[in-house]
Design a protein around this ligand. Structure first.
Ligand code: SF4
Length: 439
């Protein structure tokens, strides 16, 4: 979501006549977008913005945006001398006006007090001045979150859930398709809650497939109104959102990719309860089974937190066991860090750093073995890949992703172009990557 917010700010500034630079030393304005989800992410952003403020040329303005700006408010100026402005989440639309105020000599401008509920983000402006247009783009459909998991700071810094109306989303996707985008990833902290609050699905938009839930209806609408979009992804999920309609949409709408990111966080019922996640391990595994029965070739990925307060060896072993039962294609493992103001921050952070590290490593090793076994099932199969261009590791080869969101590396031909959908026969598999040749 931060990547998307940064793109929107960047596009808006370009539309006002600014031009982007990769070189910090050339820039007249530098805005650091920040994340508060873990302590380490905040430390990195704080370090970066502090360093920039201490070394920029006179007249260069450094600003901060995103969740950390929202969380720290005015206090950020005491931590980072020289910071020109700080803009919270849902207030990015104020950045152009802030830049004008800076020209008049104002400084220490803070726009973090309130959320812009009516105009929650900057809105889409077609990118200009970029040499290469992307083929894949994020589109935020839902801001904020109402779930209030015990460890999570997101509801505090991104506010209550707020869904964008379908017409706004469609016009953004249509504009993206006009620039060559073929794949969209619909974003929301709790994306399956799309359209559930503060929003009624317009009665004049029919559902030929008979859906009543807003998210499947949005999928249908995108395929109807923007046929250039060949792939739709969405993230992040919650087991309570794996409804019959959602599963039917994933099975029957060909544009929906065969991948779901469904954060589990823990496999211990006791810890899940402490985390206030709203499900137990059995319910989670049932949701995955429901998906896999209807869509047998779906890839399921997850997030796990190790070292949550009170997590015992037995809780950790439950997590290992449930991860094996769920057969995740990939897992993102995080070491718990208390976030100020959350209920979990009141609990003793009693798992030592060494033990968090050990549990993290054990899960990574488990996942590597599991990921390899899952990927080896692709060997000999032909998979469709949206070609993204030369591979980062070896520029003589190309890479792209298949519907399951697996990275596929292959030998290109001279006629291949970025954005082509190619068929690749898989010949080798690593835990994170598939390798093959054009079929
Ligand atoms: S669902 Fe829970 S973890 Fe995810 S953003 Fe909402 S409160 Fe945070």
């Amino acid at each position: 979501m931060n990547v998307r917010d940064s793109e929107l700010v960047s596009n808006r500034l370009m539309s006002l006549g600014y031009s982007p630079t990769e070189n910090e030393e050339e820039a007249d304005i530098i805005i650091v977008n920040s994340c508060s989800v873990r302590g380490k992410a905040e430390d990195k952003a704080l370090g970066k913005v502090g360093l920039l403020c201490s070394k920029v040329r006179p007249g260069v303005h450094v600003g901060l945006m995103g969740c950390m700006a929202q969380r720290l408010g005015e206090s950020i100026f005491g931590k980072v001398p020289g910071l020109a402005f700080s803009v919270g989440t849902r207030a990015e639309s104020r950045i152009p006006a802030i830049l004008k105020r800076l020209e008049t000599g104002e400084s220490n401008i803070c726009e973090t007090g309130v959320f812009d509920e009516d105009s929650p983000n900057l809105g889409y402006v077609a990118p200009s001045g970029k040499a290469v247009q992307p083929i894949s783009s994020f589109v935020t459909i839902l801001f904020g979150c109402n779930r209030r998991c015990a460890y999570c700071i997101v509801p505090d810094v991104r506010g209550n859930e707020h869904s964008r109306v379908p017409s706004e989303i469609i016009s953004e996707i249509r504009a993206l398709a006009g620039t060559g985008v073929q794949e969209v990833t619909l974003l929301g902290q709790s994306v399956m809650n799309y359209g559930k609050r503060g929003f009624t699905w317009p009665s004049d938009i029919p559902s030929p497939m008979g859906f009543t839930e807003p998210l499947p209806r949005l999928f249908e609408l995108i395929t109807r109104d923007v046929p250039q979009i060949s792939r739709i992804r969405f993230t992040s999920g919650h087991p309570s959102g794996v409804t019959n309609e959602l599963v039917r949409a994933m099975r029957d709408i060909p544009q929906i990719c065969k991948h779901l990111h469904l954060p589990m966080q823990s496999g211990s019922d006791r810890i899940l309860k402490e985390m206030r996640r709203g499900y137990d391990a059995a319910t989670y595994v049932e949701a995955v089974a429901h998906l896999r029965t209807a869509v047998p070739d779906i890839a399921v990925t997850t997030d796990i937190i190790v070292g949550f307060p009170g997590e015992t060896d037995a809780d950790f072993e439950d997590t290992r066991r449930v991860m094996e039962a769920a057969q995740f294609d990939n897992s993102f493992i995080f070491k718990y860090s208390p976030r100020p103001g959350t209920p979990a921050a009141q609990m003793p952070d009693d798992v030592s750093e060494e033990e968090k590290m050990r549990r993290n490593q054990v899960l990574l090793e488990d996942q590597d073995k599991r990921g390899l076994a899952m990927n080896q099932k692709f060997i000999g199969q032909v998979t469709e890949v949206l070609a993204e261009g030369p591979s980062l590791r070896n520029s003589t080869r190309w890479s792209g992703r298949n519907s399951q969101n697996k990275i596929v590396v292959f030998e290109p031909t001279s006629s291949i172009s970025v954005g082509d959908t190619v068929k690749v026969k898989i010949t080798d598999a690593h835990p994170q990557t598939l390798f093959g040749e054009l079929a």
